[in-house]
Ligand binder design. Structure first.
Ligand code: NAI
Length: 484
């Protein structure tokens, strides 16, 4: 018997979790469940991260969390428990498999186009850091972290998974044409990893083009790997291709802990009525069973599910409306009654169970994933983000008073567009300027020089934020303003 942690979740969570566990129990899956306290009601009890210390301890000991959807209380100061869980336990890869299911009609299934796309989404970084500040009353700033070690982890996972799955193509979706440093780093890492997998055809596509091609030629994609936010959006798009959120499973994979959940939320509009569709959670359960090596149980239940769907058995959210809809319990009972039946389309082979070596969960310290290269590093200036509602020339005049014979004022931009020394009167302004000070003759400057500049500028402006301008091996480690 393997013990896993189970959190039933909020809204429809307890109903669909019960349905799935009933199916597992009926199939005699060798699992034991330790129920843990997580979710909105735990927030309401005063636990600010939405889980009790006991829940955290249990999950860290067992290494597997099977969870229902959870509601994050609205209002400031509370972070999503779903995102917190993924980040705390470094489940860096979010894998979502979208396959045509017979019995779940879509425009593509009706046209005979079979879809089998796996989206691997980076799960920790990007704007999901939620590192946000109001710079002025008018200007909000979100910091988007894309890191080399973080990108490396998820991209390596995607390549390994693609190879195991026997796919031939792996595609990186990105926006590196605009975000040259952040998405550029992700894309560069993708091709670096690709060199280790010459058997896989690796290519890349700009994310907007990817969306267009996914809806016109979904059968041309296989495994797609993306950064967090783009992956979030693209994976919901893919859910729509195969019949909606009711059929979208999700596995959050880390080196020590893995979380399996449906993509959908708590569906408050139908909660407590026993009418929700448990399929997405069940599909996530299959991913969990395979992760644990229970290949045979997974295949038996999956074949029963596919057979049930082929028979036109449905909950109210999908399928042929002329047929009666079953409630959640009836739907799961129908699956149980079909154990041993084979679907006509794509029956799953009854593989024998795999011996999986349990991971060692005890860590003595937080892993540091530094990927430092031996480069010559110098600081050559600073971007000072200042608050001002004056015209660019007035801002420039004030800045020029403070350059200390150490710095030159190179450019002033507003929302990333240069407006000094050259610009256009047609550029609308907001009350935050980025003033770029570079050292004279590209000499290096120290942080103390920058603090001195900061002090002097602060006599004229409120400085909202600063960024160092670094040079690595003579190459700028920062972007230029539009028009610079
Ligand atoms: P939602 O996914 O809960 O609902 C969107 C629509 O899909 C609703 O009409 C709902 O009835 C329907 N739906 C969703 N799952 C269904 C199912 N299994 N069977 C039948 N119909 C289903 O999204 P919404 O309304 O944006 O979010 C509600 C709450 O869920 C929010 O508090 C949100 O933060 C939370 N949420 C939690 C997630 C998680 O735990 N991983 C993921 C997404 C949202």
């Amino acid at each position: 018997m393997t013990t896993i942690a189970v959190a039933k979740g909020d809204g429809i969570g307890p109903e669909i979790m019960q349905a799935v566990l009933n199916i597992f129990n009926a199939a005699r899956v060798p699992l034991q469940y330790e129920f843990v306290d997580m979710g909105k009601w735990v927030f309401d009890k005063g636990y600010s991260n939405g889980m009790t210390p006991d829940a955290q301890k249990t999950i860290e000991e067992l290494g597997i969390l099977f969870k229902g959807p959870m509601e994050t209380p609205k209002g400031k100061g509370v972070k999503s428990i779903n995102v917190t869980a993924r980040k705390t336990w470094n489940t860096y890869a979010n894998k979502r498999v979208f396959q045509t299911l017979h019995g779940v009609d879509t425009v593509f299934s009706k046209a005979g186009i079979a879809i089998d796309i796996t989206v691997v989404r980076e799960n920790i970084e990007d704007t999901y850091g939620g590192i946000e500040h109001m710079l002025t009353h008018d200007v909000a700033l979100s910091r988007r972290f894309i890191t080399k070690p973080g990108s490396m982890q998820v991209i390596k996972y995607a390549f390994e998974m693609a190879r195991k799955k026997g796919t031939t193509r792996i595609t990186c979706g990105h926006k590196a044409n605009i975000m040259k440093l952040t998405d550029g780093l992700f894309l560069e890492t993708f091709y670096e990893v690709a060199k280790e997998y010459p058997d896989l055809k690796a290519d890349d596509i700009i994310v907007d083009d990817l969306c267009m091609k996914l809806v016109t030629r979904p059968d041309s994609f296989d495994v797609v790997v993306l950064t967090n936010l783009q992956g979030d959006i693209v994976s919901d798009l893919c859910a729509g291709l195969v019949g909606g959120l009711g059929f979208a499973p999700s596995a959050n994979i880390g080196d020590h802990i893995a979380i399996f959940e449906a993509v959908h939320g708590t569906a408050p509009d139908i909660a407590g009525r026993n009418i929700a569709n448990p399929t997405a959670l069940l599909l996530s359960g299959f991913a969990m069973l395979r992760h644990l090596g229970f290949m045979e149980s997974s295949a038996i239940i999956e074949n029963a599910l596919l057979y049930t769907l082929e028979q036109g058995v449905r909950t109210g959210d999908f399928g042929d409306r002329s047929k009666p809809a079953l409630n959640t319990t009836e739907f799961s009972d129908a699956i149980i009654s079909n154990f041993g039946k084979q679907p006509v389309n794509h029956p799953r082979p009854l593989l024998t169970d795999k011996e999986i070596t349990p991971t060692v969960f005890k860590l003595e310290e937080n892993p540091m994933m530094e990927n430092r290269e031996n480069t010559e590093e110098t600081i050559v200036g600073v971007d000072m983000f200042i608050e001002s509602n004056e015209q660019p020339t007035e801002v420039a005049e004030k800045c020029l008073k403070h350059t200390l014979n150490l710095f030159k004022l190179v450019t002033i931009s507003n929302r990333g567009t240069q407006i000094w020394p050259k610009g256009s009167m047609f550029t609308n302004l907001v009350n935050t300027y980025a003033c770029r000070f570079e050292s004279i003759g590209d000499a290096s400057v120290t942080q103390t020089d920058i603090i001195e500049l900061y002090k002097r500028l602060s006599a004229d402006f409120k400085i909202c934020s600063t960024e160092l301008l670094n040079m690595w091996d003579g190459k700028k480690a920062y972007s230029l303003a539009q028009g610079q």
